[in-house]
Design a protein around this ligand. Structure first.
Ligand code: APR
Length: 308
C-alpha cells in the first residue's frame, strides 16, 4: 500500500505540492480545503493527468476531514496570504485560527503522522500546531529554510554562472525578513562562497535572499510564491516518507539548543520517518549569534502577540 499524504489547503502551494507528489507517484494524496469544489476540481484535474504521467498514485479532493485518517504526513498550507491593508497581526491571528482548526481536526485522526507547517508566519504556526496537536515536537516541523536556501543557491549560481545543483546553502533563523543566510556554510562543490565572491556581492545576495518572498509578491501583485515553496515542501515530504535522513534546514522546536528555549526556528535537522529526528547544532560566530538572536526575538514577539 502506498503512503498517504494529506495536503490541507488546495490553494497555490497545496495544489502544486499535490501535483508533485502524484506526478512522481511517491504517495497517495488527500487534498482538503474548506472551499467547496476547489479540492474536488483540482484533484480530478490531477487524476486525469495520471495516465499521461504514467503515475499510479491516487488523489482525492474533499471537504471532509475524515478522509485524512491515518495519514503518514499532513502538510498545512491552509490560510490567508497577506492582502493590501492587512496588518501582520491580522494575518497572525487569522492564520492561527485556521491552523488551530486544521490541527484539531487532523491530528486526532492521524496520531502517528508527521505534520509539516507551511502557512505563514510559519515558525509561529508551527508552535500553534505543536500545542494543539499535543504531538512530540519531532513530529511537528516547519518549512522555511529549504526554500530560503534554495533561493540563496539560485542567486549564488547566477552570480557565478554555475549550475544551481553544485551550490549548497544554509539559512538559519525564523522564516522572515530577519532570517540568517550563512555565507561561510554556503559552498560551490565544497568551496565556501567567501573564497569566490567579494563581501559586497555576498551581502547583496544575502539581502536578495532575505526579501526573496517579497520580491515575488511585488511582481505577482496578487498572491505569493508557490512553485519553489511547493518544491521545498516536496523535498521534506519525500525525506520523511522514505526515511532518507536528509539534513535540511527546517523550523524545529528548540529546547535549549542554540541557547534558545521553547520556540520554533530554522536550524539544520535530520529528516526521516520520525520527522525532525535530530537537530544539528553548529557553533555560530559572534555576528551570526547576534543575527540569530534577533531573528529568534522576532518569532518570540509574534508568539507573545498571539498569546496576549
Ligand atoms: N481550512 C482549510 N482550508 C482553508 C481554511 C481552513 N480553515 N481557510 C482557508 N483555507 C484554504 C483556502 O480556501 C485556500 O484554498 O487555504 C487555501 C490557501 O491558498 P492560497 O490562498 O492560494 O494561498 P497559498 O499561496 O497556497 O499560500 C498558503 O502558504 O506560503 C504560505 O504565506 C503562504 O500562508 C500562506 C500559505
Amino acid at each position: 500500500m502506498k503512503k498517504k499524504v494529506s495536503v490541507i489547503g488546495a490553494g497555490n502551494v497545496g495544489a502544486s505540492l499535490a501535483q508533485m507528489i502524484v506526478q512522481s507517484a511517491i504517495a497517495d494524496v488527500v487534498l482538503f480545503d474548506i472551499a467547496d469544489g476547489i479540492p474536488q476540481g483540482k484533484a480530478l484535474d490531477i487524476s486525469e493527468a495520471c495516465p499521461l504521467w504514467g503515475s499510479s498514485s491516487s488523489i482525492l479532493g474533499t471537504n471532509d476531514y475524515s478522509h485524512t485518517e491515518n495519514s503518514d504526513v499532513i502538510v498545512i498550507t491552509a490560510g490567508f496570504p497577506r492582502k493590501p491593508g492587512m496588518s501582520r497581526d491580522d494575518l497572525l491571528h487569522a492564520n492561527a485560527k485556521v491552523v488551530s482548526d486544521v490541527v484539531e481536526n487532523t491530528a486526532r485522526l492521524s496520531p502517528n503522522a508527521v505534520i509539516i507547517v507551511v502557512t505563514n508566519p510559519m515558525d509561529v504556526m508551527a508552535q500553534v500546531s505543536l500545542k494543539v496537536s499535543g504531538f512530540d515536537s519531532r513530529k511537528v516541523i516547519g518549512m522555511g529554510g529549504v526554500l530560503d536556501s534554495a533561493r540563496f543557491r539560485t542567486f549564488v549560481a547566477w552570480e557565478l554562472s554555475v549550475s544551481p545543483e553544485d551550490v549548497e546553502a544554509l539559512v538559519l533563523g525564523g522564516h522572515g525578513d530577519l532570517m540568517v543566510p550563512m555565507p561561510r556554510f554556503t559552498t560551490v562543490k565544497g568551496i565556501p562562497i567567501t573564497e569566490l565572491l567579494s563581501k559586497d556581492r555576498i551581502d547583496a545576495l544575502v539581502e536578495r535572499t532575505r526579501h526573496g518572498g517579497a520580491e515575488i509578491v511585488s511582481l505577482l501583485k496578487t498572491g505569493s510564491a508557490y512553485y519553489a515553496p511547493a518544491a521545498a515542501t516536496y523535498q521534506m515530504v519525500k525525506a520523511i516518507l522514505f526515511d532518507e535522513k536528509r539534513m535540511l534546514p527546517c523550523s524545529a522546536y528548540l529546547d535549549g539548543k542554540y541557547k534558545t528555549n521553547g520556540i520554533y526556528t530554522g536550524v539544520p535537522v535530520i529528516l526521516g520517518s520520525g520527522g525532525g529526528e535530530k537537530i544539528i547544532e553548529i557553533e555560530l560566530n559572534e555576528q551570526e549569534s547576534i543575527d540569530f538572536e534577533k531573528s529568534v526575538a522576532a518569532v518570540k514577539l509574534l508568539v507573545s502577540k498571539l498569546n496576549s
